[in-house]
Design a protein around this ligand. Structure first.
Ligand SMILES: [Zn+2]
Length: 248
């Protein structure tokens, strides 16, 4: 663990055997903002999954995660934009925001969708998977809400810019998806019950645990960055924070 003395934020590195050199992903690297914080994240990612913690005031505790799929670059670039923004605006922030810009540096390094043969958004209910372990951490940190940021390829499912949630058992998930949709003027789709259509999805398994979660997708081909997709993903992240009254 590194606690940065000059700033209030903290960087923690989780050793999930997920480490990789994300600077080797040329498209990602070209698009992320260059800063001392970015350099630190890249360096720490060589040891594992980096989680950043911003803020220490009263309020909610939330988590924004990107890179569940390593080949979805726009949402990961947006997360780099977000952490650089939060670092310089930490005083403005209410509560605590955790950000994992790259869940699996090794997958992102090679722009790979699968990690060790698994689609991590299908195995959050399988003991030992990275997403299963992440849910354990989320419970341990007592996080109040989670935003999971993805990219959907044209012609894929859902294949559009959309906030996804569920109404049951965790009503707040559906409310969050609607609010993000309204704020960003992008669409939303709410499932009736969690884990019916997507039994192993991170969002669904958080909702089953009564931790309200949304999946936010932006349309772009995998392994590359469609024009405007980073901004859309970033705007959805800000909308997520606004819904949780952490950002105004
Ligand atoms: Zn995805």
């Amino acid at each position: 663990m590194i606690v940065n003395s000059a700033d209030a934020y903290e960087i923690h590195t989780i050793k999930w055997n997920t480490h990789g050199d994300i600077s080797k992903n040329k498209i990602l690297y070209k698009n992320i903002p260059k800063s001392t914080l970015t350099t630190k994240i890249i360096k720490e990612s060589k040891k594992g999954t980096v989680i950043l913690k911003f803020g220490n005031k009263k309020g909610k505790k939330t988590l924004i995660v990107a890179g569940v799929h390593g080949n979805e670059l726009s949402s990961q670039v947006a997360a780099f934009k977000l952490v650089n923004k939060l670092k310089t605006n930490e005083k403005k922030l209410k509560g605590i925001v955790y950000v994992i810009p790259v869940l699996v540096p090794k997958s992102t390094q090679n722009s790979q969708r699968f990690f060790k043969g698994y689609n991590l958004n299908k195995v959050a209910n399988k003991k030992g998977s990275v997403t299963y372990e992440l849910i354990k951490k989320i419970k341990k940190y007592k996080i109040d809400a989670v935003g999971d940021f993805h990219c959907s390829r044209p012609g894929g499912v859902p294949g559009k810019d959309v906030a996804l949630g569920t109404y049951s058992p965790c009503k707040k998930s559906g409310e969050m998806a609607i609010a993000i949709s309204k704020m960003t003027r992008l669409s939303y789709i709410n499932e009736k019950y969690a884990a019916v259509s997507y039994p192993g999805a991170l969002e669904d398994n958080l909702n089953l645990n009564m931790i309200p979660a949304v999946t936010c997708e932006v349309k772009t081909p995998h392994g590359t960055i469609a024009k405007g997709s980073v901004s859309k993903s970033y705007n959805m992240m800000i909308a997520f924070l606004k819904f949780n009254k952490q950002w105004s």
